[in-house]
Design a protein around this ligand. Structure first.
Ligand code: HEC
Length: 388
């Protein structure tokens, strides 16, 4: 994985979680009390800055100093309050507070705070499906690819004439950003420090939900591109939802099967399909026109488009490809047709350290499953999913 685990486990994670939760709770409370309005349907962050949680996650020393500063500020607040109540100790306590304010090595605000936007704490709607990915990919093609290129590389003739080169949108970039801040930049554009517009805003052309679809599609596109270039995904992706039917004829969707391991197979009528396996619940996606029999199946061009994009290939090349989804709904492994048995080499994202030493008994699929279970996907305090 390119990004690695940005936060140390244990205490740092707790402190980061508290800082993040404190800000999210603050914006919800201000909204509930009517002190801040809604923007794009969610509470608006009313300040020009926020705590740079992502910087603190990378700098253990600074994070420790921030934690001690919070403790010192609490002590000061308690001393001032007690001083106000107990007049006998007032001057001693207030003097001690002033001394502590002066003597404590407070961290510089330019390190701890960073610029924010009104949508900094907003999140994409939790549910996403193959139709929203398809919609996002089409919007990207229509509104963004002239500068950013179909593959997100930013290498286009138009880009060469811009004041700033567009960044490569695959890789870890989009995962390092808060989605609420990416949302803002896409809608309102970007400017250099001297105020020159570097990217035009698209708020007039796109609705809020269009913009979230675009962000989701960018991550899917970026995952596929990075898989093509590097052989791994920059960050795990939740399986985009789609509907299928089983023997009883009733419609189900991938998210209804949370809690089971799922294998999604894109049918290839010319290839012998791997047998169904009791360790995985199988859904077969039929390519239009080719009907293969299976217990549970779907005919969905939107699924074909979304999953081909995740695999970094054209929809026409997807037949015969299989994906494995873990019990929590994350896509964990991919096999191209004709690559033999499953093994750990099919994993799309791995933890950076191998210290867990998964036992090598059983067949390839057993080992793959054990590895997935040993490295569950966790989402960091500011939204980056990673195997841990
Ligand atoms: C006119 C060319 C142009 C168009 C059209 C354009 N972009 Fe950009 N985009 C840029 C440039 C240039 C940058 C880098 C700007 C900077 O760093 O100041 C950028 C940066 C970005 C970034 C990175 C933001 C960050 O956090 O660093 C994202 C994401 C992005 N664009 C998405 C989009 C999407 C989505 C669309 C379509 C709705 C789009 N862009 C349309 C030129 C363009």
């Amino acid at each position: 994985m390119g990004l690695g685990n940005p936060a140390d486990p244990g205490v740092s994670n707790i402190v980061l979680g508290l800082l993040e939760a404190a800000q999210a709770d603050l914006v919800s409370a201000l909204f509930a009390l009517g002190f801040t309005p809604a923007t794009s349907g969610q509470a608006q962050w009313p300040f020009a800055q926020r705590i740079a949680v992502e910087t603190l996650a990378m700098d253990a020393g600074l994070l420790r100093l921030v934690a001690w500063s919070c403790a010192a500020a609490t002590v000061i607040a308690v001393m001032v309050t007690i001083g106000a109540i107990k007049s006998r100790l007032r001057w001693q306590l207030w003097f001690a507070s002033i001394a502590l304010v002066g003597a404590f090595p407070w961290p510089s605000s330019s390190l701890v705070l960073t610029e924010s936007v009104p949508t900094s704490f907003q999140r994409a709607p939790a549910h996403f499906d193959v139709d929203s990915i398809g919609h996002g990919l089409a919007l990207y093609e229509a509104h963004c690819a002239t500068c950013h290129a179909a593959d997100g590389s930013g290498e286009t003739p138009l880009a060469a004439r811009l004041p700033v080169w567009p960044p490569r949108l695959s890789g870890a970039l989009l995962w390092r950003r808060r989605e609420g801040e990416t949302f803002w930049r896409i809608r309102n554009g970007m400017h250099s420090r001297s105020g020159v517009m570097t990217m035009p805003g698209s708020a007039d052309a796109l609705s809020d939900s269009d913009t979230w679809d675009l962000i989701r599609a960018l991550r899917v596109l970026g995952a596929g591109e990075e898989l093509r270039r590097e052989g791994v995904w920059p960050s795990p992706v939740l399986a985009p939802d789609f509907e299928f039917h089983c023997g009883d004829g009733r419609a189900k969707s991938i998210s209804d099967w949370r809690g089971q391991r799922i294998r999604i197979v894109f049918a290839n009528p010319l290839l012998a399909q791997r047998a169904e396996d009791p360790r995985l619940a199988t859904v077969l996606v039929q390519t239009p026109g080719a009907v293969t029999r299976a217990q549970c199946s779907a005919t969905s061009t939107a699924a074909l488009v979304a999953y081909a994009s995740l695999a970094g290939i054209a929809p026409s090349q997807l037949s015969g490809t299989e994906f494995i989804i873990d019990r929590a709904g994350w896509i964990r492994a991919l096999a191209r047709p004709g690559t033999g048995q499953w093994s750990e080499s099919n994993l799309l994202c791995r933890a950076t350290d191998d210290r867990k030493g998964v036992a090598a008994s059983g067949d390839g699929l057993d080992q793959l499953i054990r590895r997935m279970d040993a490295e569950p996907i966790t989402v960091s305090t500011f939204g980056v999913p990673h195997p841990s």
